[in-house]
Ligand binder design. Structure first.
Ligand SMILES: Cc1cc2nc3c(=O)[nH]c(=O)nc-3n(C[C@H](O)[C@H](O)[C@H](O)COP(=O)(O)OP(=O)(O)OC[C@H]3O[C@@H](n4cnc5c(N)ncnc54)[C@H](O)[C@@H]3O)c2cc1C
Length: 300
């Protein structure tokens, strides 16, 4: 990006803009080089204006949620990283729908449903991140996925917001089909009625189970690899004898072998090397090709 790009973006944007912002500060793995610009729009109008400017200037960009499923390479990102954390309005309508903007945190959506005795999103209470990131990844746990409960999505594309009904969405295990230039702005959830007590009990059970199986103390991004059909990635990694394997500051967690952890001082390339070794050894061991669930962005 040139100084002229910076100036043009600055003049037309009213939200927060940070230059050379280390992305390690915005990702749960705590690695990754800087974004040339890190932009936090104040509202939808600000976001629309920013996108118009960066598109006109042909500056690369991508959207970040909570950064809990992201590995940013050590060279950072040459362009603008856009955080939607200030688009965080949520409400329950008279007809019992929940409408949220995509910067709302999963836990806040889950707790809002609980307060209104609406059931279906209990599993989300233990999944860190934003609703936009969760829908993008079709986050799930305990046999439920977020897209199961979406009734429609507001997607920003080509400068306008379009509503997509659930039956027009193409989604599956940890994926929602979207073009890379499509941004989830908001989502509507249609949930069944329960009681706050029932919903609270189900949430407690989800948190308890997580507590028992995922007591990982170091920075991580949750499951690093997707589970291959009918198999558990952690078991394949374990069977290949890789539990505890270390590359630099990155390690296969001793607690959960599909969690890769930052033991302190890890770089993105440590994680990428560790992931490459895991993929190679698991393939050699049982001819299964593991695929990263974590999204990898940025330059070396
Ligand atoms: C301890 C731990 C436990 C976890 N447990 C689970 C689990 O049980 N189940 C599970 O599924 N995941 C789990 N995760 C992974 C992670 O929490 C989820 O994938 C979460 O939904 C990511 O949301 P985020 O806002 O952090 O997204 P980010 O990591 O910021 O982004 C993920 C991807 O979505 C894109 N994106 C983000 N927001 C938008 C948007 N508004 N529009 C379009 N694209 C967007 C980003 O560009 C990126 O490609 C876990 C992670 C951790 C650290």
């Amino acid at each position: 990006m040139t100084t002229s790009h910076f100036g043009t973006i600055r003049r037309s944007f009213s939200g927060e803009l940070l230059e050379q912002e280390p992305l390690a500060r915005h990702t749960s793995l705590r690695v990754g080089g800087p974004a040339e610009l890190f932009a936090v729009p104040d509202n939808r109008a600000d976001l629309l204006q920013l996108l118009k400017t960066v598109e006109e200037q042909r500056v690369p960009w991508f959207v970040i949620g909570g950064g809990y499923n992201l590995l940013i390479r050590d060279g950072g990102f040459r362009g603008v990283v856009i955080s939607l954390s200030k688009l965080n309005h949520m409400e329950v309508t008279r007809s019992g729908e929940i409408r949220v903007e995509s910067g709302v945190r999963n836990i806040d959506l889950s707790r809002l449903a609980e307060a209104h005795g609406l059931t279906g999103l209990e599993f989300l209470v233990g999944i860190p991140g934003s609703v936009g990131g969760a829908v993008r990844m079709n986050a799930g746990a305990h046999g439920v996925e977020i897209c199961d409960h979406v009734s429609s999505l507001d997607i920003l594309v080509d400068g306008g917001i379009r509503k997509y009904a659930k039956d027009s969405l193409d989604y599956g295990y940890r994926r929602l089909q979207l073009d890379y230039k499509e941004i989830i702005i908001g989502a509507v959830f249609q949930l069944a009625s329960g009681t706050p007590e029932q919903v609270s009990a189900a949430m407690d059970a989800c948190l308890q189970q997580r507590q028992e199986t995922q007591k990982v103390r170091f920075p991580n991004a949750g499951s690093f690899f997707k589970n291959p059909a009918g198999q558990a990635a952690w078991r394949l990694i374990d069977d290949a004898g890789l539990r505890g394997l270390i590359v630099g500051g990155a390690q296969v967690s001793e607690v959960h072998s599909n969690f890769l952890i930052n033991r302190g001082g890890a770089t993105a390339s440590n994680f990428l090397q560790l992931a490459a070794i895991i993929k190679e050894r698991v393939f050699k061991d049982c001819a299964v090709q593991l695929e990263e669930e974590v999204q990898i962005m940025g330059e070396d």
